[in-house]
Design a protein around this ligand. Structure first.
Ligand code: ZN
Length: 440
């Protein structure tokens, strides 16, 4: 028997439900932390991830040039509140870390209600939700609050405090590498800079950590590099540190918002027809769900950096609901009730299926190409006879034999036949065992 490259994945199958629960429970652990692009929250998050997987942590000093950008100051947030004239808290950072605009400059002042309103961001359209807002590259002091709560405040004097600090320090990111047989790499990246938002991106961080852990048990052809970095600036820091090694990136996925029941959504790399683009389109088409496939656009997550023209890496974006399209997006409603173990498990499966394609793809050549080889004589016809899986298996063999002219890889064959890659791969393995196929 030839080695089945998908075998370890199949062994996983029994514990699929457990995987969904394990991803969810890690997301729950990450959820309460107040993250931003720099600071303690990012380090705490990396610390939690490093209990699950080996993580190399990098610190990039404030002021380091990163292409057209500079590593920013480190943000520390200790406390924030607004008190009314009677000393009653009308906003408390301890209740939700979304209450402070991420990267907010310090503030301590007494002010009128009108003045206070200039420092508060709300969502009038979703009056009961706290918005998530950032102010990374323009210094600002602001709170975020439910519109209904702001509207309920009466005239009078308020005392507002944001006990934060912006000081020289460093930008932190983490990296995990699973070494394969070759140094060609599959990059998997998730942003680590959002505070208590479950789908965006505790879901992505937890999912990638569990994929990294699963790959540990598996011998792979590709090396797998996992990047946990703050959005934009973290990706730029990693690109700057690895510029001379980027030709090794053969495939890549940015992963965010993978815990809700929407989508699935795949946004193609800038190249549009990279192998990962085709693999993800194929996987999503066979989920039984209604996938949305988007062409590349220069807006979104860190695929913007990886796919900038100076790099143009084959990196796409995988999500369930596309960012910005669900009402919970960037609000306090993106909480732990919004993500579910079953959806995380399904998202995990989709990425693992893409990994299986990348791992098991090859280009065969039919060694008996003149007419169809006689399958019955070789015992390859036996499964047929009313049995549907047998018929599918035979169709897969016929497709593989027909397309095995040395020009078609297994993914090509899956695309052309409309059959799942797994069926095609299984048929090709069987045919090779019977001496009918060889490497092209
Ligand atoms: Zn976001």
């Amino acid at each position: 028997m030839l080695e089945d490259p998908l075998q370890p994945r199949r062994l996983d199958e029994a514990s699929a439900a457990e995987i969904g629960e394990a991803i969810y429970s890690l997301a729950c652990e990450l959820y309460p932390i107040c993250r931003s692009i720099t600071g303690r929250g990012v380090r705490e998050t990396l610390e939690i991830l490093s209990r699950r997987i080996d993580l190399t942590r990098h610190e990039v000093p404030t002021g380091t040039a990163l292409f057209d950008w500079t590593a920013p100051k480190e943000w520390t947030i200790r406390d924030a509140w607004i008190k009314d004239a009677s000393g009653r808290n009308v906003l408390d950072f301890a209740a939700s870390n979304l209450h402070v605009m991420s990267y907010s400059a310090p503030l301590h002042a007494r002010m009128s209600l009108d003045e206070l309103k200039k420092h508060v961001v709300t969502l009038p359209e979703q009056p009961d939700l706290i918005p998530y807002r950032t102010s990374y590259y323009a210094e600002r002091s602001a709170f975020c609050m439910a519109h209904s709560e702001l509207s309920a405040l009466s005239e009078g004097e308020y005392e507002a405090l944001i006990d934060s600090e912006l000081a020289d320090g460093s930008l932190s990111y983490g990296e995990h590498v699973h070494r394969g047989r070759t140094d060609q790499e599959f990059l998997l990246s998730a942003h680590i800079c959002h505070p208590s938002l479950a789908n965006d991106n505790c879901s992505g961080l937890a999912l990638l950590a569990l994929i990294a852990r699963a790959l540990k048990e598996r011998e792979t052809r590709y090396s797998y590099r996992f990047l946990f970095a703050p959005g934009t600036i973290g990706a730029l820091a990693w690109l700057a540190a690895n510029e001379d090694r980027l030709s090794r990136i053969a495939h890549g996925l940015v992963v965010s918002c993978v815990g809700d029941g929407g989508g699935p959504t795949y946004k193609r790399s800038r190249r549009g027809d990279a192998f990962i683009d085709r693999a993800m389109v194929h996987v999503l088409a066979h989920t039984g769900l209604k996938p949305t496939i988007l062409d590349f656009s220069p807006y979104g997550y860190d695929e913007r950096q990886f796919c900038s023209p100076g790099f143009d890496l084959p990196v796409g974006l995988f999500q369930r609901s596309a960012f910005g399209t669900f009402p919970e997006y960037h609000t306090s409603a993106d909480n732990l009730d919004f993500i579910r173990p079953m959806h995380l498990q399904a998202s995990y499966r989709m990425i693992m299926d893409a990994i299986d394609i990348v791992e098991a793809n090859w280009t065969p050549r039919n060694l008996s190409p003149k007419g169809e080889p006689q399958l019955g004589r070789r015992g390859l016809y036996a499964a047929v006879g009313g049995d549907k899986t047998g018929v599918a298996g035979m169709m897969a063999m016929l497709w593989v034999l027909n397309l095995a002219d040395g020009e078609h890889c297994l993914l090509n064959m899956a695309e052309r036949s409309g059959m799942a890659f797994r069926e095609i791969e299984k048929a090709a393995r069987l045919l090779r065992e019977h001496g009918l196929l060889a490497d092209a």
